[in-house]
Design a protein around this ligand. Structure first.
Ligand SMILES: *[C@@H]1O[C@H](CO)[C@@H](O)[C@H](O)[C@H]1NC(C)=O
Ligand SMILES: *[C@@H]1O[C@H](CO)[C@@H](O)[C@H](O)[C@H]1NC(C)=O
Ligand SMILES: *[C@@H]1O[C@H](CO)[C@@H](O)[C@H](O)[C@H]1NC(C)=O
Ligand SMILES: *[C@@H]1O[C@H](CO)[C@@H](O)[C@H](O)[C@H]1NC(C)=O
Ligand SMILES: *[C@@H]1O[C@H](CO)[C@@H](O)[C@H](O)[C@H]1NC(C)=O
Ligand SMILES: CC(=O)N[C@H]1CO[C@H](CO)[C@@H](O)[C@@H]1O
Length: 486
């Protein structure tokens, strides 16, 4: 099984955990077939939300209702729908070897199922052709948090509470995947079905940070009026796993022989460290991994959820029928690992009352061993880096160096890692904070209608690394720095 690391440019803890930069790291230290890329996603990048036949996704509804803390929307985002050709040129400047983007389901199939939108098809064909012509390997994500609003209206999207609904959701996702494999599979060999099911299940159905924003009190960030935080995240993730498996099976049966590609899923993957050496904390750190990775990956490996999840969640955790279990088991050609940071974990007795996913984990987590106050989401220190709008983003370069160095160590230790993708190629509309959060190698000016791009120092650095086999010779960095800052 192969792994693609897809590392968002967040901080930091990994640096404290043996991710020290490997001195003398060069492109050719990595196997030639290893790919270095960068990524974006449809809603975050494209804009043009009401253009050329695209129908709304749940994120349009969510942001247009003013649910982002800064009231921002992705209506224009980075305007990639109109600027993709220029962006591919920037990718060429960056010597990017691979690019991962996602397909807007509601642009390609506006009714959620049925007729394909010719304009949507044309856009993705153009983008893919542009990449192929420039020798950039194409990686496609099928579902990156956005989802046609019509399907949410019809059967609550990933929830599909009735059996028929569940089946239908799977059918619709598989049919969407089928269109993508059929139309683009001659040029695309790397398919990821679903981005971070954990994040999507919890953000959308537990804490309501993400569209469609369902939750039940007291678990949401808002006054919850619709949803059920104790059960819905588990149902959603269950359906995502089934949908993933179903699309994978379709690809294997219908396309793989001719197209020779593969299908994977990507998981959110913070590592955990026990806060103390006590048995209960060590146990809690393992339980954390079972909840974070195991929730999604254990079914794909063994056909069932981790035991500790079954125990703590009980009847709220859906179960796989025998035949579902067979479809799910082994349904993955590669795994994408989205890594942001690691957590310190303490045991906490299981609450007796109403529990959601966090409570089911039965632990406390915090981003720092020394700074108390646990963070439910990202450590605040990482937000400050993302909100730093400087072009002189030396911290981002340090972060990349250190993660790439650790990835190289893993490769040398025998890990079958096949690639590394930076999140994000350019600044995009971030799901957590709209345009306030900037992870891009390229800066996008969201205050300017034309959305101009500017290379950050990290783009120059990455470009040099990829081109010059060694690149971050200091004097070169100095000269690119002055160029980047002009
Ligand atoms: C929460 O929403 C409900 C239903 O819309 C409303 O009746 C209630 O007043 C709201 N509570 C608060 C604290 O806003
Ligand atoms: C959520 O679902 C569970 C299990 O069906 C049920 O016991 C609970 O009352 C529901 N909670 C809400 C807020 O609807
Ligand atoms: C860029 O940032 C680094 C580290 O913070 C600093 O040493 C350097 O002087 C800065 N360069 C410019 C041109 O501001
Ligand atoms: C932004 O980052 C630069 C260099 O990476 C640093 O010098 C500067 O202090 C940071 N600014 C803020 C507001 O954190
Ligand atoms: C790249 O650099 C490494 C280390 O300096 C060197 O061993 C290798 O031969 C170089 N490869 C190429 C293709 O230049
Ligand atoms: C346990 C775990 O990793 N949960 C993460 C899943 O995604 C949410 C974002 O919605 C994170 O906040 C959680 O930490």
């Amino acid at each position: 099984m192969a792994f693609f690391f897809q590392l968002p440019l967040l901080l930091l803890l990994a640096a404290a955990h043996g991710a020290a930069p490997v001195l003398g790291l060069t492109r050719s230290d990595f196997p030639p077939a290893f790919v270095f890329g960068a990524a974006t996603s449809a809603y975050q990048y494209e804009g043009a939300v009401a253009e050329d036949g695209r129908s709304p996704s749940v994120w349009d509804t969510f942001t247009q209702a003013g649910k982002m803390s800064d009231k921002s929307t992705g209506d224009v985002a980075a305007d990639g729908y109109h600027k993709y050709k220029d962006d591919v040129k920037l990718m060429v400047d960056t010597n990017l070897e691979a690019y991962r983007f996602s397909i807007s389901w509601s642009r390609l199939i506006p009714n959620g199922r049925g007729a394909v939108n010719p304009k949507g098809l044309e856009y993705y064909n153009n983008l893919i052709n542009e990449l192929v012509q420039h020798g950039i390997q194409v990686h496609v994500m099928l579902s990156h948090l956005d989802f046609p609003q019509v399907l949410d209206d019809e059967y609550a999207g990933w929830l599909s509470p009735k059996i028929v609904g569940i089946k239908k959701c799977r059918e619709d996702f598989t049919a969407f995947a089928d269109v993508c494999f059929r139309e683009f599979g001659d040029r695309v060999s790397y398919w990821t079905t679903i981005d971070e099911p954990n994040v999507s299940a919890l953000g959308s159905y537990d804490n309501a940070l993400f569209a469609p924003g369902r939750c039940s009190n007291p678990f949401g960030i808002t006054n919850c009026t619709v949803g059920n935080s104790t059960v819905e995240p588990y149902i959603a993730a269950h359906n995502m796993i089934l949908a993933h498996a179903s699309a994978t099976r379709l690809y294997r049966e219908k396309y793989q022989a001719a197209q020779k590609g593969g299908v994977g899923i990507n998981v959110y993957s913070s590592w955990s460290y026990p806060m103390t050496n006590s048995d209960v904390d060590v146990e809690a750190a393992k339980r954390y991994l079972d909840f974070v990775f195991g929730w999604i990956l254990e079914p794909l490996v063994s056909g069932d959820y981790p035991d500790v999840m079954k125990k703590n969640v009980g009847s709220r955790l859906p179960s796989f029928t025998k035949s579902q279990s067979q479809v799910v088991k082994g349904a993955v050609d590669f795994i994408g690992i989205n890594h942001y940071y690691s957590m310190y974990v303490n045991d906490r007795p299981l609450d007796k009352g109403t529990r959601d996913y966090s409570a089911d984990m039965s632990l406390y987590q915090r981003a720092s061993k020394t700074i108390p106050g646990s963070s439910k989401n990202v450590p605040s220190s990482s937000q400050s880096v993302a909100s730093n709008d400087t072009l002189n983003d030396t911290e981002r370069i340090e972060y990349l160096k250190s993660y790439m160095g650790s990835t190289l160590k893993a490769v040398r230790n025998g890990a079958n890692v096949k690639g590394y993708f930076v999140w994000s190629f350019l600044d995009v509309f971030e799901f957590f904070a709209g345009p306030q959060s900037r992870y891009g190698l390229y800066r996008v000016d969201f205050n300017d209608e034309a959305r101009p791009r500017q290379a950050k120092l990290s783009a120059r650095w990455y470009s040099g690394f990829l081109k010059n086999n060694g690149s971050y010779v200091q004097n070169e960095l100095d000269s690119t720095e002055s160029r980047a800052l002009q």
